[in-house]
Design a protein around this ligand. Sequence first.
Ligand code: SAM
Length: 288
Amino acid sequence: MNKLITPQETIKIIQKNDFRFQKRFGQNFLIDENVLQNIIRSSEITKDDCVLEIGPGIGTLTQALAEAAGHVVAVEIDANLIPILHETLQAYDNVSIIHNDVLKLDLHEVIATYNHGNPVKVVANLPYYITTPIIMGLFESHAPIQSITVMVQKEVADRMQSGPGTKDYGALSLAVQYYAEPDIIQEVPPHCFIPRPNVGSAVIRLKRYTEPPVQVEDERWMFQIIKAAFGQRRKTLLNALSSLASIPKDATREALASLGLSETIRGEALTLAQFAALADALSDFQST
Ligand code: SAM
C-alpha cells in the first residue's frame, strides 16, 4: 500500500479521479510526512483507541491513523471524495467512512455505534471555515471525547491558548480552557498542503478535563455572559452586560463590587474563575 502523504501520490490520486478542490469545503490536503507523524505522536493513539476523524479528504491522515489505532471513523461532507476514500483505504478493515456534515452528526450515536459509548480521540486537519463551530460542538455535546488533536489556523490556535489581558483572549479561549488543557504542538507553514492555504497553520492538542477547572452553577449562563462580554469588546463589562436585557445595571454593579472588581473593568481582564463567580452572582437574572 503506497503512502498517501507524498505530494506525488496526492497529485496522482487527484488527477486519476479528476478531483476538483472545493473552496467552500476548506480543502487543503496535507503532504508533509513530518507533520503527519507529529500529529500521530502527539495524539498518543494506541491500538486500544477509537479515533474520530473529521474531513478525511483523500485519506492521507486516515491511513496513518488506521495503522496506529484500533478503529477509525472518518466523517466527510464531500460526496466526490467518498468513492476515492473507499479506494485509497481499501486495504484497511478498521476504517469506517461516514458521508455526512460533521455539524449534523449525532456524536453520541456515532460513539455508541463504533466504540460502545466509550471515550474516543478526535484527530483532524480541520476545514478552517468552521473550526470554531466544530470545536464548540464537540465540547458542548458532552459526548465522550478524551482528547482533540487538530490542525487549525495558527491565529485560532493562539486564541485557544491565550490568557486574560492579551489581544487573542476571548470567548473561544475561555470555552476551550473550561473544557480542556490546550497545548500547541507545532506551527505548520502553507507549503505543507495542496493547495496552499493563505494563512499559517498549527497543530493543537486539547486534553479534555475530567472535571472543569472552575465550579459554576450553570455553565450555559456563564457562557451567555462571556459571549455578551466579548460581543462588545471595547465596552466596559458593565455596559456590555446591559445587552443581556435580563440583568439590571445596578445588579451588575453590585456583583462586580462583591467580587472586588472595578466598575470600569473590561471582559478581557477577567479570568475564567472570575467569569464563573460573576455568573453565580448574577444567577437570579438568568432568562429561562
Ligand atoms: N484530512 C485531509 C488531509 O489532511 O489531507 C483533508 C483535510 S481538509 C483541510 C478538510 C476536509 O474536511 C476536506 O476533506 C473537506 O471536504 C472536509 N469537510 C469540510 N467541511 C466538512 C463538514 N462540515 N463535515 C465533514 N467534513 C467536512
